[in-house]
Design a protein. Sequence first.
Length: 216
Amino acid sequence: MSAPSSIAVRELPLFPLPEVVLFPGRPLPLHIFEFRYRMMVNTILESDRCFGVLMRDSASKQPVSIGCCAEVVEHQRLPDDRLNVLTTGQRRFRVLDYVRKKPFYVGLVEWLDDEPVQGDLTDLAATVTDVLQDVVRLSAKLMGQAIEMPDDLPDSPTDLSYWVAGNLYGVADEQQSLLEMQNTRARLEREEEILTTTRNHLAARTVIKDTFESRS
């Protein structure tokens, strides 16, 4: 598959989605049923297979300005011309202007990358991974289910920060804030805070659960 162009500014078809934030390297399956977005997908399948995913702001109902480019890696065309597509997040972008909004959004965008890493982030990345493991372990205990960490977590601190952010659930606004950060250290530090708060909450619930069960 072709990667997004390295040209600093380009036109990009855009797909606003409620409560969905895509990160580089993360998969996003989509069911395309609206006519205008079927048109969009058919168009990109004939070019570089790339379009932009933008979260639609829940308050303003308008797309935010920073999103992530999605590349179609698989697609299935259904009999009524609906499509199932599997995409993977590529580079982040900022919308500079809208070229048009009908039949689907097309924006003039610029690519965004993280600032050069200052210092060694190995220890911070390891801490985030450890706290994440605690969250997974406590969640599995509370749910009474076998939940395991994947064996192939990214080695790069930047890629790890995208992986963690992409696997947060029910916090789209927080995910959008993480997507907009252009500093890997700041993103990892914020993720450590989020995961630590979650771990403490789960630990308290586990104590209550264990206490209740010991008295039953």
